[in-house]
Design a protein around this ligand. Structure first.
Ligand SMILES: Nc1ncnc2c1ncn2[C@@H]1O[C@H](COP(=O)(O)OP(=O)(O)OP(=O)(O)O)[C@@H](O)[C@H]1O
Ligand SMILES: [Mg+2]
Length: 361
């Protein structure tokens, strides 16, 4: 799959933009704060409906406008599709595929698969568990509409249950409602846990050899899913913690507290790994993500690399660039030196200057 073109209207610092992409490696370069990342963000929103930064629609619309547009043309084995997004300040975004309005996000997910790699991802191993959950969720939601459905429902029930927990002290008869929420929480929660367990296995089948290569044959890595509760124990734990939940006014049991551990040569990389080891593991994880999408969606994802080359030493730069192969890639950077040093082939070069993009080849 490739993205052929992107059109923006009143998106971030772009009043109007049309950019065509090559099917190979595309570079967007320019000084800081010119709008390079904004282009990748627009592509990411096209694929997932969400900003990779977690920004709200009203934040990505140009400061001076009330609404914005993103139009993306894809090419899947010669078949074109078009995704239109209409962003509004105070309403949910409107989405159309091939000019037909869709009602559910699940109709869009999977149409355009992207793997986004930003400098922040280098911290995915050492940061808080929420980041690793976000990684798993973003990937699973793109690849598996059933997971998306279960996770959305799970999150909805958690929020409702927490609202009830906050009220119980004033309205004791709310207590009876907890049972209803608990049974739904269990039902969706167990499905989320089960899919995350399976996801970890799928990733393990891929990451081992990637990481062995990246570490020069020195490290054998394994990802461990660390669920806060297993499917079997969830019901009992939930019941056991009811009084505590009421006191704390929040739900303490369930997959919203899960984590993933990275074990290399028997040690936990997060706790005991050097910074270099943590970064190598992060890179292995992102490269595994590409392979996983290839395998699951039976289609190459579009690779979006936001300023990551400058974060890597020349060895890892080469390994990353080598692994691109025939995947369409859009790379942002401030200068072209890293590519020249690596003698890396570029198909298309764009210079980004203050919300405008000009072709340099
Ligand atoms: N809603 C908005 N409306 C208008 N301009 C915006 C909006 N949101 C962000 N910007 C502007 O976009 C610019 C940042 O763009 P972007 O993050 O794409 O820069 P960049 O080229 O990736 O820079 P860097 O090299 O520092 O990463 C900033 O100047 C910011 O003020
Ligand atoms: Mg940027």
């Amino acid at each position: 799959m490739i993205v052929k073109s992107l059109e923006l209207e009143n998106f971030r610092n772009y009043k109007k933009l049309k950019i065509d992409f090559d099917k190979g490696v595309n570079i967007l370069y320019g000084d800081n704060a010119q709008g390079k990342t904004n282009i990748l963000e627009a592509l990411y929103i096209s694929a997932t409906t969400k900003s990779h930064k977690g920004s709200k629609d009203k934040d990505v619309i140009n400061f001076e406008s009330d609404e914005g547009h993103i139009k993306t043309i894809l090419d899947k084995q010669g078949m074109e599709s078009r995704i239109d997004m209409h962003l509004r300040r105070s309403k949910a975004k409107g989405i159309a595929i091939d000019k037909v309005r869709i009602k559910k996000i699940s109709e869009l997910l999977g149409l355009m698969n992207v793997v986004f790699f930003s400098p922040e991802d280098m911290g995915i191993i050492k940061n808080a568990p929420a980041e690793r959950r976000k990684f798993a969720d973003m990937e699973l939601c793109q690849l598996d509409p059933i997971y998306l459905y279960n996770l959305n429902n799970y999150n909805k029930i958690i929020n409702q249950r927490n609202d009830i927990l906050k009220e119980i002290n004033f309205k004791p008869d709310y207590r009876g409602m907890l049972d209803i929420y608990d049974s739904q929480l269990l039902s969706y929660g167990k499905k989320v846990i089960e899919r995350r367990r399976q996801f970890t296995e799928e990733l393990n089948n891929i990451i081992y050899s990637i990481h062995k290569d990246l570490s020069g044959g020195r490290e054998e890595i394994k990802i461990q899913y660390v669920p806060q509760t297993s499917e079997e124990d969830m019901e009992e734990k939930l019941k056991k913690n009811t009084e505590r939940d009421i006191r704390m006014k929040m739900t303490s049991v369930g997959p919203h507290r899960d984590d993933f551990a990275f074990i290399s040569n028997g040690i936990d990389v997060r706790t005991y790994g050097s910074q270099g080891q943590q970064r190598t593991a992060a890179l292995s994880l992102k490269l595994s993500e590409i392979e996983l999408v290839k395998k699951t969606a039976k289609e190459n994802p579009i690779l979006l690399l936001d300023d990551v080359l400058s974060e890597l030493d020349s060895n890892r730069q080469t390994q990353l660039l080598n692994s691109i192969g025939d995947i369409q890639t859009i790379i942002t950077c401030t200068g072209l030196d890293d590519f020249v040093n690596n003698r890396f082939e570029i198909d298309k070069i764009y210079k980004v200057t203050n919300g405008t993009v000009s072709s340099e080849n």
